[in-house]
Design a protein around this ligand. Structure first.
Ligand SMILES: [Mg+2]
Length: 403
């Protein structure tokens, strides 16, 4: 076996500083002194119902990373047991016992090596890793004095247009909810369906929404794996074709990329992969199988912004446009997703509606929304003013990991 004639000195990222000494303050090391881990429970305005679950509130784990010099950055994990395989309690413990200790003493600027160190500790755990990735990015961007989108690649667009989600329910209820969202100024609605026992009812759900909102408003259909197998999915997609859905998201079980490819071939529908594509490896498989036209990128699936950039690079190269999607996230993780959507030219649609769904938030991202348009500010980092008193009010515990 041949080896490269040159070698790099693969130092432990953050443990040594090889940079030339510069006078600029921001070029000084940003050594991580502590990581705080705070599980919080934030109430929703109304329960969120999709094919596999119903949520009365959102369970997040906030993290705050602080450097020796006193710089700080915030991150958030919103694990989803059905999607990322992580629970709220498990994510808290993973961060506390395994991942946060791996960051202490590292230079926060070396985000790539920090994330490799996390990967070396645990395979998977993407939401937990996303929290730390987001906090590192917030910290570094704040310290340099630039907004996160600038750190990620610059502005690809000025504003983002988002859609509102209609929870799965009776057709008449869903039609009424869609009508409300359109009256509020939304030009796209996302309809949750996925009844494998009765795909005709799903077709009636979408038809009722179409009837209520007229021909101009785009309807995105998210099945959340609910039709399970390609046969049911093909039947359901054909039944709802008269309602002209813009695309069909994740019609089959997450692991069945071959089945997704079959649905795409048989129906000719525009197919988005969501639960079936977590990170860059899944994206590569989806490309090879010709399984999707679109991909829903969520930071909680990728493990944060750096992996989102890698996944997006594969998708973009294959001609697959991206959506930046979301779990039900507070201002912190939502802001990180919005910064990604501002920075990635390949992103065509955005669904960062978390702050609009929360009855109580720990940040102020809600003020970025105007009807269905979102403007991301130029303030440094995530641009979120975290209300620490509210974090405390909704917290269930608060741990500090330090040396
Ligand atoms: Mg989805």
């Amino acid at each position: 076996m041949r080896s490269l004639p040159i070698s790099w000195n693969a130092s432990e990222g953050g443990k040594t500083n090889h940079r030339s000494p510069l006078s600029c303050e921001t070029m000084s090391p940003m050594i991580i002194a502590s990581v705080e881990i705070i599980p919080v429970r934030l109430p929703l305005r109304e329960p969120f119902v999709i094919a596999y679950a119903s949520y009365p509130d959102t369970l997040s784990v906030m993290v705050r990373i602080r450097t020796k010099a006193g710089a700080e950055g915030w991150g958030e994990a919103t694990p989803d047991a059905n999607v990322t395989g992580e629970t709220w309690g498990g994510t808290t413990e993973t961060l506390r016992r395994d991942l946060a200790p791996a960051l202490i003493g590292r230079d926060a600027r070396d985000r790539e090596t920090a994330l490799h160190a996390l990967d070396a500790r645990i395979e998977g755990a993407p939401a937990a890793k996303a929290a730390l990735d987001i906090a590192l990015h917030d910290l570094v961007a704040r310290s340099i004095g630039i907004p996160l989108w600038q750190l990620l690649g610059g502005r690809a667009r000025d504003t983002l247009q988002i859609s509102r989600v209609v929870s799965m329910g009776e057709p008449a209820e869903m039609a009424a909810a869609a009508k409300r969202h359109v009256a509020d100024g939304f030009r796209t609605v996302k309809v949750k369906v996925g009844d494998a026992a009765n795909p005709q009812l799903d077709a009636r759900r979408v038809a009722a929404v179409r009837e209520a909102i007229g021909p101009e408003i785009a309807i995105k259909v998210d099945v959340n794996q609910g039709w399970r197998n390609p046969g049911t999915a093909i039947q359901a997609i054909r039944a709802m074709a008269p309602s002209r859905p813009a695309y069909i998201e994740q019609p089959v079980l997450w692991w069945d990329l071959e089945g997704l490819a079959e649905v795409r071939r048989q129906t000719g529908a525009i197919i988005m992969v969501d639960e079936g594509c977590h990170g860059p490896r899944d994206m590569l498989r989806a490309v090879n199988l010709r399984a999707a036209d679109l991909v829903n990128i969520k930071l909680m699936k990728t493990g944060g912004t750096l992996n989102a950039l890698k996944l997006n690079a594969i998708a973009e190269t294959a001609g697959i446009a991206a959506q930046i999607g979301t779990m039900v996230e507070s201002s912190i993780a939502s802001a990180a997703g919005l910064h990604c959507a501002i920075a990635m030219a390949n992103v065509k649609t955005v669904e960062m509606g978390g702050p609009l769904m929360l009855a109580e938030d720990i940040g102020d991202a809600c003020s970025w929304y105007q009807h269905d348009l979102v403007s991301v500010p130029d303030t440094p980092g995530l641009g979120i003013a975290v209300d620490v008193d509210r974090v405390r009010q909704f917290s269930e515990a608060w741990w500090t990991i330090d040396a």
